[in-house]
Design a protein around this ligand. Structure first.
Ligand code: ARG
Length: 464
């Protein structure tokens, strides 16, 4: 490959460690698109002849077809996708192929290809996250009135609606989309034409290639263009946060599908049995979504450590940027798809949620609020009195609304019959009408608004 300078071939282990073709073949389409744009620009600037450009372009189309049809013979001794494409092009069109690399290096080439690949991955993930939001909104509307315990510390805290709980995740995934979109906006500058690191003495037109490849502008500094991978890190950071959100939701599904909660049921499509315990119905898909977050966090960490302390400009270490990112993108894609599947599949068990709400004294705050509102007690005193009422119910093994009025009055004599109205969980949730609160009327409105905010458009900056 290196013509004149080298006399001997690489050692066997060098042939093992050096090539990237086994993984960078994944951006063959971006590589060929980049070469086409570069070739057209060279011809437009008179740096190569129209005739050579035509041959190169037709040759590149043929290479692309060969790869897509599975007829392309990838060679590890040609190291990477860039050399594999160029070498096949030379077989197809002869000398003209050698002119394509004028005013270009693999350093600006790989940076361009990788940015384009990440950009495409962001667009795919945005669609996937939008589908997940839609599935959650549909379920949230169905569960707008379904009362369940809301938890803090995984202890029953206050009644909420199932729909409200699901819409919380719609917000999280909305911010995840926003993070990917921000990343996309920043990465959408074109490195091509930076050449190896210093730019080139040929009168190229970097605006031409940048716009042909859908970038907003060429990158301003040639050394930065070939040597930073912050766009990949931003992508992985956004992916890691999204994976964290998915893992939390997955954990909820694991909890909710256990016999002890039984809040939701998943069909056979998303569960597995046990080879020894016939009664089991394991939420494997949810557990795997929870578990796979670790791989995505690991990819971010791997790339940060690889980049840390590298001097400008390109260093071969940076070839290690691709595998973790590809794996993280694939893993995230799969986790989102599995979560969409589970959300569409799950059936809420409203009676079980209601029983759990009754169990946990979840309307204790409503009682305290009643004391404040009706008796004008300071909240702290109301909190104290309510604590005593809860203890009484606990001692008697009954719900708050099963205590008789006389017993309550033994704690606070001014309590009247009307207190029982707020001890009902359905009334409790119905009263939470503050903006962003859990009342069914809010949830229905929030679901409608969420459709407008999230399902009609991509976040600003995304989409070409
Ligand atoms: N295969 C390389 C990579 O993945 C392409 C850039 C190679 N550049 C170089 N100077 N050796 O980053």
């Amino acid at each position: 490959m290196w013509g004149g300078r080298f006399r001997d071939g690489p050692s066997a282990v060098m042939e093992e460690i050096n090539p990237s073709i086994d993984f960078d073949r994944r951006f063959y389409a971006q590589d060929i698109a980049g070469s086409r744009a570069h070739t057209e620009m060279l011809a437009a600037r008179g740096l190569i002849s129209r005739e050579d450009a035509g041959q190169i372009t037709r040759g590149l189309d043929q290479v692309r077809r060969e790869i897509e049809d599975g007829r392309f013979a990838f060679s590890r001794s040609l190291e990477d996708i860039h050399m594999n494409v160029e070498s096949r092009l030379a077989e197809l069109v002869g000398d003209a192929a050698g002119r394509m690399h004028t005013a270009r290096s693999r350093n600006d080439q790989v940076a361009t290809d990788f940015r384009m690949w990440v950009r495409d991955a962001i667009d795919r993930l945005d669609d996937a996250l939008m589908a997940l939001q839609e599935a959650l909104i549909d379920q949230a509307e169905a569960g707008a009135e379904t009362v369940m315990p809301g938890f803090t510390h995984l202890q029953a805290a206050q009644p909420v609606t199932f729909g409200h709980h699901l819409l919380a995740y719609v917000e999280m995934f909305g911010r995840d989309r926003g993070r990917f979109s921000d990343c996309r906006t920043r990465l959408n500058e074109c490195p091509l034409g930076a050449a190896a690191l210093a730019g080139t003495s040929f009168p190229i037109d970097r605006d031409h290639t940048a716009s042909a490849l859908g970038f907003d502008r060429p990158m301003a500094n040639s050394m930065d263009a070939v040597s930073d991978r912050d766009f990949a890190l931003e992508f992985l950071a956004a992916a890691a946060i999204a994976a964290m959100h998915l893992s939390r939701f997955a954990e909820e599904i694991v909890n909710w599908t256990s016999a002890q909660f039984d809040f939701v049921r998943l069909s056979d499509a998303f569960t597995t049995g046990s080879s020894i315990m016939p009664q089991k119905r394991n939420p494997d898909a949810a557990e795997l979504v929870r578990g796979k977050a670790g791989r995505i966090f690991g990819a971010l960490q791997a790339l940060l450590v690889m980049m840390k302390g590298l001097p400008l400009a390109f260093c071969k270490d940076m070839q290690e940027d691709k595998e973790p990112l590809f794996d993280a993108a694939d893993t995230l894609d799969m986790c989102i798809a599995a979560t969409v599947g589970m959300v569409r599949d799950l059936r809420a068990n409203a009676p079980a949620m209601r029983r759990a709400t009754d169990l946990g004294f979840a309307t204790a705050t409503d009682l305290a609020d009643w004391l404040v509102r009706t008796l004008d007690m300071p909240f702290r005193s109301a909190h104290h009195a309510t604590g005593a009422v809860v203890r009484l119910a606990e001692e008697r093994g009954c719900r708050l609304d099963q205590l008789d009025l006389v017993s309550m009055q033994s704690i606070e004599p001014r309590i009247t019959e009307s207190v029982f109205e707020v001890l009902d969980p359905s009334r409790s949730v119905a009263s939470r009408t503050s903006f962003g609160g859990t009342a069914p009327v809010n949830v229905r409105q929030a679901a409608r608004t969420a459709r407008d905010r999230f399902l009609r458009t991509r976040p600003v900056g995304a989409g070409t």
